[in-house]
Design a protein around this ligand. Structure first.
Ligand code: CUA
Length: 363
């Protein structure tokens, strides 16, 4: 049909100006409320069924997850209400073809305005108080807490245990003991985050920020940088291991021995006789990309190092592959993914320990 014909039919069908109904419906508001309530219930059900978070591994995770559910339950009906009114208005008040005039001037509606200011104000205030109570509770000072200093820098995390006089490239924590993280940055803003602990805090140059967490589930989780901090942001990921207290203590003992043995002091340099191959494997970051059953590593960015082909399972090949990763790239994997600076990162001794360890760890 041509344009003029259509204009005429639409005009003929259109409801009179004062009638708020769409196409002559009998109870438009009742029906809208019905649809709204149904949509809200379906929306709430779906949002609660979705598994938003990874497993929880800290004492405060339950409270945070509940808070999140309450926020969802409150926001879905608000979203439905706003969308219902918006869609209704778009359909009902659609300009007729050819109508280029302005709408009627509106001076406001005091009663409506009071309602739509008061209800959201009460909701937001109530949620803010609830959120504040939860935050106050999970941030409460705990007795017997262990301080761990966290330092972010482009693009790695390092950790210090002042009570143990120990520095580490790896974060290892005892289970069920309150931890007080004191977070700093050496360069730009990073954000220290372990999704399984739920809590997150920015690492800001010149400031020390703090979070308190009690890890309550043994396991290995990722420490993630959650603030865009430069080209290596996406790779600024390390692991945290939560261990039974005894194992944690023996880890501390091993680290101290290694630091003393290396003579360099601190976990950074040395790498003496006390450093095990597994320690080098983990602290040099190999476990971030490779699978090695012996070390409990299961990453798949690079080849499985526990199942080397016969031709590659010799010290010479392994060592040259660590130092010059691009020389021979295993089929199915990409060039330039593996860092090329292990010559600087590892001492000759650490390198030999690592190579020996990898040879011993073949399945
Ligand atoms: Cu550090 Cu992103």
């Amino acid at each position: 049909m041509d344009e003029r014909e259509r204009v005429q039919t639409d005009e003929a069908k259109g409801p009179p100006e004062t009638d708020p109904r769409i196409a002559g419906e009998k109870h438009p508001v009742a029906r809208m409320i019905g649809i709204g309530v149904l949509a809200s219930l379906v929306g709430i059900a779906i949002s609660l069924l979705i598994d938003w978070f990874p497993e929880d591994a800290s004492g405060s995770a339950d409270q945070i997850d509940t808070l999140y559910d309450v926020l969802l339950i409150c926001s879905v009906p608000v979203f439905v209400l706003v969308m219902t009114i918006a869609i209704y208005s778009v359909v009902r008040f659609r300009a007729k073809p050819g109508d280029l005039g302005d709408g009627a001037p509106i001076h406001g509606n005091t009663r409506l305005e009071i309602i739509w200011v008061t209800i959201p104000f009460i909701m937001v205030t109530a949620l803010a108080i609830y959120g504040w109570l939860v935050l106050d509770d999970i941030e409460a000072k705990q007795t017997g807490a262990m301080v761990v200093n966290v330092t972010g820098q482009q693009f790695t995390w390092s950790f210090e245990y002042p009570s143990e006089k120990l520095q580490s490239k790896e974060l290892v924590l005892p289970v069920d003991r309150p931890i007080e993280f004191k977070i700093q940055s050496k360069d730009v803003i990073h954000s220290f985050w372990v999704p399984q602990f739920r809590l997150k805090s920015d690492a800001v140059p010149g400031l020390t920020t703090q979070i308190r967490v009690t890890p309550n589930k043994e396991g290995r989780y990722e420490v993630v940088c959650a603030e865009l901090c430069g080209i290596g942001h996406a790779t600024m990921r390390q692991f945290v291991r939560v261990l039974p207290t005894k194992q944690f203590e023996s880890w501390v003992g091993r680290q101290k021995k290694a630091a003393a043995g290396g003579g360099a002091g601190g976990g950074g340099g040395g790498g003496g006789q006390g450093t095990s191959g597994e320690d080098v494997f983990t602290s040099a970051g190999c476990s971030g990309c490779h699978t090695l059953a012996a070390a409990g590593a299961d990453a798949e960015v690079g080849p499985n190092l526990g199942k080397l082909p016969e031709a590659e399972a010799n010290a010479k090949f392994i060592k040259s592959s660590i130092l010059a990763p691009n020389a021979e790239v295993t089929k199915g994997f990409k060039r330039d993914v593996m860092p090329k600076d292990f010559r600087e990162k590892l001492s000759e001794e650490e390198l030999d320990t690592l190579v020996k360890y990898l040879l011993e760890s073949q399945e």
